[in-house]
Design a protein around this ligand. Structure first.
Ligand SMILES: Cc1cc2nc3c(=O)[nH]c(=O)nc-3n(C[C@H](O)[C@H](O)[C@H](O)COP(=O)(O)OP(=O)(O)OC[C@H]3O[C@@H](n4cnc5c(N)ncnc54)[C@H](O)[C@@H]3O)c2cc1C
Length: 367
């Protein structure tokens, strides 16, 4: 692929946001290409899809993917938050019905397959190396372990996730509103449990436990960067924190816990000031990253890809307000999220003086 390939839009990143952008652009007749760094899909964090994501997934034509038996329906959450009691929230009252617990690796594989059938050019195993802007458009150098190739386009989409690599090259920095990190590990249950998400607040953060297929559990503890111990002490830190749980420790007592592959991942709220420029637009986590307590990341990635695709297609048809409308939609969603987030954290008053909870009351978005 040594001849320069030209498209109307180049999308860097082939996760949910990049794929939703591409599907929308293709449906609007805009030529586009996705550049994805990983040769094969990798397992990402995040598996809960709330019931209200369904209309969007239908609009994108990918609802059938999550109806695959590899993904499990889930009917509610159990949450110990704000008091010592375990509360049950059932989706039975939700007009959209149940949510889904994804097998995330399988889902990423399905998304790739789906996009390939939908005629998009999907360059896998290629990383963005260099970006040059001209008055006439963008030139992008991408490379894999064999070659460097050049692509040209009128617009570039940053769909690279939290690290927002395209924005970084453009000198646009995301603002971090807090320093939350997740410590994640796997466990295998010795007996099956209900398909529900379990959440529990403790003094130094909160726990998230999601059952997967084959009696596996995804377990995460969310805390602040400043409370994280050094790497060699992580396992004992997690054990101690687990002992503080009133309810989740009952689940983990009937499971084998695998502390050998503990992962520490950024998981706070962050945002770009403005999610677009003259020749670029950011989608998904690259534009706005959400606290996983909201279970909004994947839905937001699809939604922003959908709206960005429409904005770009309209802009290419000389509709000048298209990008402004995109910004308006994303900012409104983000402001609604911020309000819900602060209300939700404010429900927890048992450890008002702990570093973690003090910090949670201070997450504000100052423009
Ligand atoms: C701990 C944790 C728990 C979470 N739990 C949930 C949850 O329960 N529910 C939920 O909805 N969301 C959850 N999320 C968030 C959710 O996973 C993300 O919001 C979602 O994956 C964002 O999609 P995206 O397409 O924007 O980015 P990503 O899925 O990160 O995709 C970005 C893609 O870009 C590629 N890429 C990166 N750099 C380059 C480059 N330079 N060149 C080419 N390609 C590149 C990457 O390989 C990747 O495939 C969670 C997140 C975390 C951290």
């Amino acid at each position: 692929m040594n001849v320069k390939q030209e498209y109307q839009v180049i999308i860097i990143g082939g996760g949910p946001s990049g794929i939703a952008t591409s599907l929308t652009l293709t449906a609007r007749g805009v030529s586009n290409c996705i550049v994805e760094a990983e040769l094969e899909p990798t397992r990402k964090f995040g598996e809960a899809i709330p019931p209200n994501a369904k209309p969007l997934l239908k609009k994108l034509g990918i609802m059938y993917l999550i109806e695959h038996p590899k993904h499990a329906a889930y009917y509610g959450n159990k949450s110990c938050w704000g008091s010592d009691f375990l509360e049950q929230k059932e989706f039975i009252k939700d007009i959209y019905g149940h949510g889904y617990l994804l097998d995330r690796l399988y889902f990423e594989k399905q998304l790739r397959q789906h996009i390939k059938y939908n005629t998009s050019v999907f360059l896998e195993g290629y990383k963005l190396k260099k970006l040059v802007r001209y008055t006439t458009g963008i030139e992008v150098k991408i490379e894999n372990n064999k070659e460097t190739s050049t692509l040209g386009a009128k617009y570039i989409v940053d769909a690279t996730g939290r690290k927002a690599s395209v924005c970084h090259q453009l000198g646009k920095t995301k603002k971090n509103l807090d320093t939350q990190f997740a410590i994640s590990f796997k466990a295998k249950l010795l007996k099956p449990i209900e398909h529900q998400i379990n959440v529990e607040a403790t003094e130094n953060g909160w726990w998230y436990v999601a059952p997967q297929h084959n009696n596996e559990l995804t377990i995460m503890f969310f805390t602040l960067k400043e409370l994280l111990p050094e790497k060699k002490l992580l396992a004992s830190f997690i054990r101690k924190e687990l002992e503080k749980c009133l309810h989740i420790s009952k689940l983990t007592k009937v499971a084998n816990l695998y502390f050998d592959a503990l992962k520490v991942i950024p998981s706070g709220t962050s945002r770009l000031d403005i999610p677009y420029g003259d020749d670029w637009i950011a989608v998904g986590d690259a534009a706005f990253s959400y606290d996983p307590i909201s279970s909004y990341g994947i839905t937001s990635a699809f939604a922003s890809g959908f709206y960005a695709g429409h904005a770009l297609a309209s802009k290419l048809s000389e509709e000048d307000d298209a990008m402004l409308t995109y910004r308006y939609i994303l900012e409104n969603a983000f402001q609604a999220y911020m309000e819900k987030l602060s209300n939700h954290y404010a429900l927890e008053n048992r450890w008002k003086d702990s570093t973690y909870w003090k910090n949670r009351f201070q997450i504000v978005d100052v423009q």
